[in-house]
Design a protein. Structure first.
Length: 586
């Protein structure tokens, strides 16, 4: 076929060029090795104008035709003076052959510098007026050949017109001793190489490191704006921060803990999520005056239990452990009494009243009033006891003079991603506004997969993500724990015959050795934390049934998982889940 480059015209293309382009494009079955470049621009400047070629026809075995298309409705020529009608004023006196000659010199030099012997390749000119009828004879003089002009009639025979132009160029110079054309030198392969070289093909983009920094700066600014709310409630003793994922609840507690420490208080920060406790421990837990604990670790310290029994189950952690801690409160040393307590993920604590009773037993009486700050979101109750708890109602019942701060502004997740999550999950995202710009990049991809194909599809997803994001900005989460997830199975497999799976395993951090750069965990383990990119795996009917057996819900797990992502989220779904929004992976 005749290859048109580009294959589609820009809307701004002038009428003359459109007519010729539309005439050439349908003729793809003829002359299969012809290549026609449209709107070829050159950096070279002549008379303060950029050189541009309307069409450049590369005809293997023949030569090259440089075409200048004019959409004029009338033309008159006297010597070197041209006057065109029906064109913009700035182009009324344009001499098409001056334009062709200027462009031809630049093209020839460019190709010659690449090593092609341009003296062997015929170069023909063609000025084409596709809107004008050629009636009567033309007095062309010595500057123009009849074969170098085309009109409306030739629109019906475009390939013949181009071939006539190049044949005439060859015939005119057959007897010129200074010119030695060798049309057969110009092969189809050479034409392909020239077409590739003549058109710019540049792929430049901001590197992942810079993009990560830009995202961090924009979110830091959004969070700082949210923290202004703390000044409004700073004098309140008991505060409950309630808000959807991404509204800054954890940051509110973090900043409050730092401020209370500066004011001389001994502060306890406690949460239900172990990984969140580890993160906050590294962040503020080493500061004098702030103690950070995972709730189970705190209870064991109070109860003076060094390790839990091998057969410890949910009943042991939720009943026996807190009761053992309650028995020790009366004899507790002073180091575990606090002037202020920050309870993160309060919805999980509220589901276990014994935990709350232990925490309230850690209050220290001093000249400073005790301060209790809580943060919760009932939409993230994935560690519940099989029933939905109204966390704020529980707190209000047990804490007098409680100030309720409702956080309705998202300062973590891009608005586009937040909206996409709402559409896919068919739910209200519980935010009224966003501090991040609507222009902030954000997307959610939902891909269909199968249990057998999931690992390879995950490898493809990771490979695509690494084109834009750093490995450390990607987090893979599963509804299953450390044994049942697709990532865990990759490490259990001794011999992986697939190279893409071996490469994926190298990228993943191992829970023991910490090798690799991409972290993975269960959704529950990562609750309360965030990353730029989150990939959810193992979303299947089997997972749904497994969760329901524990009085948990797949929809809640997916919501919590997706809201861990700041910019980009990916779901790998099986068994027709979220079919309306899913697509096959390329």
């Amino acid at each position: 076929m005749v290859q048109m480059i580009p294959a589609k015209l820009e809307d701004s293309t002038n009428l003359g060029e459109k007519i010729i382009f539309d005439a050439l494009k349908p003729l793809g079955h003829v002359n299969p090795d012809w290549i026609i470049l449209h709107s070829l621009k050159q950096v070279k400047v002549f008379k303060n104008l950029q050189a541009e070629t309307d069409f450049l026809a590369l005809i293997p075995g023949k030569g090259i035709v440089v075409v200048e298309a004019k959409g004029a409705t009338g033309v008159s020529v006297e010597g070197d003076a041209w006057l065109l009608e029906g064109v913009p004023p700035a182009k009324r006196r344009s001499n098409p052959f001056d334009q062709i000659d200027n462009a031809s010199r630049g093209i020839r030099k460019f190709l010659k510098d690449l090593g092609y012997d341009m003296d062997k390749i015929p170069f023909a000119r063609l000025a084409w007026f596709p809107r004008i009828e050629n009636v009567g004879s033309l007095q062309l003089g010595m500057a123009i050949e009849a074969s170098e002009l085309a009109f409306k009639k030739q629109v019906g025979e475009p390939l013949k017109t181009l071939k006539k132009a190049i044949d005439s160029q060859i015939n005119r110079n057959n007897e010129n001793p200074a010119i030695h054309y060798e049309p057969q030198y110009f092969t189809a392969e050479m034409a392909e190489h020239m077409a590739t070289a003549l058109r710019p093909k540049v792929a430049l983009k901001v590197d992942p490191e810079t993009k990560a920094l830009e995202r961090k700066v924009s979110r830091r600014k959004a969070t700082d704006e949210q923290l202004v709310l703390l000044e409004l409630v700073a004098r309140n003793e008991n505060i409950y921060f309630e808000g959807a994922a991404g509204t800054g609840k954890t940051e509110m507690l973090r900043q409050s803990a730092l401020e209370m420490r500066r004011n001389g208080r001994n502060v306890l920060y406690v949460c239900y999520n172990e990984m969140l406790a580890e993160t906050m421990g590294r962040d503020i837990g080493e500061l004098q005056g702030i103690s950070v604990f995972h709730i189970n670790s705190l209870l064991m310290k109070i109860a003076e239990i060094k390790s839990w029994p091998k057969d410890a189950n949910t009943d042991w952690f939720d009943e026996k452990l807190p009761n053992a801690a309650l028995e020790k409160l009366s004899s507790l040393s002073g180091e575990l009494h606090f002037d202020a307590i920050c309870i993160d993920e309060f919805q999980d604590i509220a589901a276990r009243p014994l935990f709350f009773d232990v925490l309230m037993g850690l209050k220290r009486s001093t000249y400073m009033p005790f301060k209790l700050l809580m943060a919760g979101d009932d939409q993230q109750q994935i560690f519940g006891m099989g029933q939905q708890i109204d966390s704020f109602a529980f707190a209000k019942k047990n804490v007098p003079n409680l100030t309720h701060v409702s956080l309705n502004t998202n300062c973590r997740q891009s608005p586009a991603l937040s909206a996409a999550i709402g559409r896919v999950l068919d739910r209200d995202m519980d935010v009224k506004r966003h501090r991040l710009s609507p222009e902030e990049e954000g997307r959610l991809d939902v891909y269909q997969t199968t249990k057998e194909r999931q690992a390879k599809d995950l490898a493809k997803v990771v490979s695509q993500l690494l084109e834009t994001y750093r490995p450390q900005d990607i987090r893979i989460l599963s509804v299953y724990g450390g044994k049942g997830s697709v990532m865990a199975k990759l490490f259990d497999e001794k011999d992986l015959h697939s190279k893409e799976l071996r490469d994926l395993r190298k990228l993943l951090k191992h829970p023991v050795s910490k090798d690799g750069k991409i972290s993975w965990r269960s959704i529950g383990k990562f609750k309360g934390l965030e990353d730029d990119v989150v990939v959810l795996t193992d979303l299947s009917q089997d997972a749904r049934k497994w969760l329901e057996g524990q009085n948990k819900f797949l929809s809640t797990q997916v919501y919590v998982g997706l809201t861990r992502a700041r910019t980009h989220a990916v779901m790998l779904v099986q068994d027709g889940l979220y079919k309306k929004h899913s697509k096959k992976l390329d």
